[in-house]
Design a protein around this ligand. Sequence first.
Ligand SMILES: [Zn+2]
Length: 170
Amino acid sequence: MHCPFCRNNDTKVLDSRVAEDGCSIRRRRCCQACEQRFTTLELMQLTVVKRSGATEAFDRDKAIAGVRKACKGRPLTEDDLARLGHVVEDSLRGSGQAEFASHEVGMAILEPLRELDEVAYLRFAAVYKQFETAEDFEIEIASLREHRAAQLAEILDQSRSEGLTSAPSG
Ligand SMILES: [Zn+2]
């Protein structure tokens, strides 16, 4: 980051804060050469820490590569996957964190994937939640059902309050 006044490369950060959009950092800097002060807006770089401890920049396509495998044979389009990648990146950025373990990226994929395709979700969850037995699948399917029932109840509540369904007579 060089000084906009004298092009000197040696600047000191006086203050850093996350910008309102949650995706960038506003930094107040002071040039060490001419002592002018200026503000920079830097896009937060999302970093993924792999199991080996190595880090790499978050890559949307890479993040959903595992999902692509789980979606084999499912009626999902490249557009669906691209949208999923976008949702995942947004939710990671929205957390305000800049560094994520690879399993955290996987977890961020699970919820939007569940809304997209339940079979792909189960296959993906099996990897990320490290299912070991058929029972693990049963537990996950039970929670899928609960989630679906809760969604259904919500829809019913809404339509009831909007007067779309008649109250039971009795
Ligand atoms: Zn300067």
